[in-house]
Design a binder for this molecule. Sequence first.
Ligand code: CP
Length: 320
Amino acid sequence: MQTTGAKATSFRRKDLLGLAELSREEIQAILDTAVSFKEISTRSIKKVPTLRGKTVITLFYEPSTRTRTSFEIAAKRLSADTVNLAIAASSAVKGETLIDTAKNLEAMRPDIIIIRHSFSGAPHLLAQRLHCSVVNAGDGLHEHPTQGLLDLLTVWEAKGRLHDLKVAIVGDIAHSRVARSNIHGFRTMGSQVIVAGPQTMLPPYLPDLGVEVSYSLPEAVRGADVIMMLRLQLERQGQMFFPTLREYSRFFGLNQGHLALARPEALVMHPGPLNRGVEIAPEVADGLQSVILQQVTNGVAVRMAVLYLLSGGEQSGAAA
Ligand code: CP
């Protein structure tokens, strides 16, 4: 993999809220640090003392399998103490506000609070009001920065570069914080991004983000190096943006025929969870070009890097 030569010290922030505000050097510094941490997860004893004495709280107001678990594993592999606040069993159900909950948690002196919330901007609000670090684990329709970073790491590992690639992002762009973080990430690193989906799922501001827009999956994936399929976020829509799931799948579900239009070594990606047979055919999701589970593996390394750097870590070669 070609690096920019950036050192981890290029990343000096209190919070990680989105990829839109990160420079190329900052992104590269996180990826370099993540690479240095990957080996820890292959050891028989998967633990280093790097964040011993630090406390990390996860605060998930929305469901999660991958993000919450991998943040907790990442913190534990660095020897941080972790606390997961189960929202359904917390005083949030008695009506406590987000700010009050966060201020009370901060009074217990954590070092990092990781939050997922259905409101875009909720992590930014906490970052303004709290002294500890805040990490955005997905806010509404806005951003999911660690997903964007783990996707970048997965492509960097497979392709050896993050510039001059054609990245096709297909599906429900309007409701996807993953799409937004990946658009910012891949554009900042020098790749071309084309987004495709039904017209009703493509917000009007996309050209302002420097991406091409298509209403055709075959057009988007033709010659692509990376195909990123998005989950239909039916829980966010409140209304149908297409006539039937069957029709959506027919026009915007990735199958083997579409894959043949892309470059021979094209990567198939999906942030999960999958709607198998809707946005992606099972044989493509499980096929040789799929890196969906590598994305999940890389999520641990990227989140270790983020926790380490927000804690003041200095070196990209951080593994002890
Ligand atoms: N990709 C992702 O955010 O998955 P989870 O919702 O399971 O965390």
